[in-house]
Design a protein. Structure first.
Length: 308
């Protein structure tokens, strides 16, 4: 083979040589200063091979390298679609892009749900509206649309145990994760335990940031346990003040009327400040009626007696 002297910038050819070995072609090279002299290197042939289309396997590997797993998953289907000749290149390519966007959104939704603290995906289809007809249906439906999150508003769901407050709260939380919002759901006793543990382990700033900056914070069943931690009033007030200033939405459920909060927190001033912020841009929903849990327990008991 006739030797050919090719002047190529040393940096560029060096990268190809050491990482790819001149695209897999064997040739001997000698480096002189800033130039490389390649013996047996056919530039024309190399250009032709570089312009060759990639195989399906190569395309799939490239999509993996670029972390475009959504496009990779539907590539074969889109190739078949293109081969039918009924769609233009732009139409097929736009479908591939949408596949990638849908895949990423789906993964984001899963991450949001897994990080929220929710253990179940509640919806309104499971809710028995006929059992307690006096529930504020219109207001509940509005909250589940999660418009209040976009508006930076808050919500208090107050009522007797078993009337559906937690179900609605979890439904709202689930709807928010489906819209890719960052949601933090905690039962009240877990909320205070998290704050206490973070303070003891030097992670107070981290937990405060999480509770203060999420798009929606839900504290479920506040005062279900009459005895709250000693610093509960200050801890709750700090979080509520932070969220109020950032226009972040907070939703709290409780079976105790707001008039009792000062006594339960053992701090009337803190309670007043908390309620002032929550109700300033907030929705107060009262849940009245019988207990769903007692209804279910009675039904199970009746079924058990029939079997006997």
């Amino acid at each position: 083979m006739k030797s050919e002297k090719v002047n190529i910038p040393a940096r560029k050819i060096g990268i190809n040589f050491f990482s790819e070995g001149l695209n897999g072609k064997s040739c001997s090279v000698r480096v002189y200063g800033l130039s490389i002299f390649a013996i047996g290197y056919d530039q024309k042939k190399e250009k032709e091979e570089l312009n060759m289309p990639m195989s399906m396997q190569e395309i799939e590997k490239s999509l993996e390298t670029l972390r475009l797993s959504g496009m990779r998953a539907t590539l074969e289907t889109r190739v078949i679609q293109a081969n039918q000749g009924e769609s233009s290149f732009l139409e097929v390519f736009s479908c591939l892009l949408q596949d990638e966007l849908d895949h990423r959104r789906s993964r984001l939704i899963d991450r949001r749900f897994n990080a929220s603290g929710l253990l179940e995906r509640k919806t309104l289809t499971e809710f028995d509206w006929g059992f307690n007809p006096r529930l504020p249906k219109k207001e509940i439906f509005e909250l589940v649309t999660i418009k209040f999150i976009h508006n930076g508003e808050d919500a208090l769901l107050i009522g007797s145990p078993g009337t559906g407050k937690s179900h609605i709260a979890k439904t709202i939380a689930h709807a928010a994760t489906q819209a890719c919002h960052q949601v933090v759901y905690r039962e009240a006793h877990t909320f205070f335990e998290d704050v206490f543990e973070a303070a003891q382990t030097g992670k107070r700033k981290k937990i405060t940031k999480l509770f203060s900056e999420s798009d929606l914070l839900i504290i479920d069943d506040l005062f279900l346990r009459k005895r709250v931690p000693e610093h509960a009033a200050d801890d709750l007030l700090d979080i509520i003040l932070n969220r109020y200033s950032k226009r972040k939405s907070t939703l709290i459920t409780s079976n105790r009327p707001v008039e009792d909060w000062g006594k339960l927190l053992r701090d009337n001033a803190a309670s007043s400040a908390i309620l002032d912020r929550l109700l300033h841009r907030g929705h107060l929903l009262k849940f009245e009626g019988k207990s769903y849990r007692l209804k279910e327990a009675a039904e199970k008991l009746a079924i058990g007696k029939k079997k006997e």
